[in-house]
Design a protein around this ligand. Structure first.
Ligand SMILES: [Zn+2]
Length: 256
């Protein structure tokens, strides 16, 4: 299994990160993409990636911090994406639930990062919350690089845009929640466009809901999705791991 989205550099793991990783490998994880959603988080993610070939990093500016986007950010992101251990840009996108940054600033930072990712030939990890139509419009306006709609929980318009553009959808532990109502989306995504993630430390799947999430818990998510689609969990895991290697590149193969 490949966890395509874990905030493993977060302070939530500082006390026992080594044990979290041991449990991950023991549970059958082969690779973890460590999200760097700010310059500080990206530096920490890169340090982790440098310490273990089974870890890769990302670099980007979260929509919450879009107000901090500046010309200097563009230089920072371009330099970060040139590092082979940084396998994707993000997470980036739009969040109208919290609106921590003005929406115009969110749009500008998102568009600029999408363009830089395309220039660097890196895939992009997208955060979309209560902003489906605007995320879909921006993705339709610049489809030069593949994107992941991460922890997918959006409506049919963004689902349609993602599938039309040949992008990827990643599902988290939310699929195991009692109030999850998007099994239709789980069925609508072609198997070759689906990814798995934890989004740890957030969104722990049942039966760990409410606790800190970690990669070793991802099997519950895989089992739930396989059941919805009526296939074996092993088949789902093989397909989603292949997709992750295709999307994020050779670094995910080498350490297998
Ligand atoms: Zn995240």
């Amino acid at each position: 299994m490949i966890d395509t989205h874990c905030h493993l550099a977060s302070a939530d793991y500082d006390a026992d990160r080594g044990e979290v990783l041991q449990r991950a490998w023991a549970a059958g994880l082969s690779h973890i993409v460590v999200i760097g959603e700010s310059p500080v988080a990206a530096a920490a993610a890169l340090e982790l990636a440098a310490s273990d070939p089974r870890l890769s990093a990302t670099a980007g500016i979260h929509p919450h911090d879009a107000k901090d986007w500046s010309p200097g950010s563009a230089g920072w992101l371009a330099r970060s994406l040139a590092d082979p251990r940084v396998v994707a840009a993000g997470e980036m996108g739009l969040d109208y639930h919290y609106d921590h940054s003005p929406r115009e600033a969110q749009h500008a930072a998102f568009r600029a990062q999408l363009a830089l990712a395309a220039q660097a030939a890196r895939p992009v990890i997208i955060h979309a919350r209560e902003a489906d139509d605007d995320v879909a419009a921006i993705l339709r306006s610049d489809a030069r690089t593949p994107v992941v709609l991460h922890s997918f929980s959006s409506g049919p318009a963004l689902l349609r845009a993602g599938l039309d553009l040949g992008h990827y959808l990643s599902f988290s532990g939310m699929v195991t929640f009692r109030n999850w109502a998007l099994d239709d989306a789980v069925r609508a995504v072609p198997l070759e466009r689906m990814l798995l993630e934890t989004d740890g430390p957030y969104l722990a799947p049942v039966p760990h809901r409410g606790k800190r999430n970690e990669p070793a818990f991802m099997k519950h998510t895989a089992e739930r999705i396989a059941a919805v689609r009526g296939i074996d969990a092993a088949e789902l895991i093989a397909a989603t791991s292949k997709n992750a290697r295709t999307l994020f590149g050779t670094r995910l193969n080498e350490a297998r």
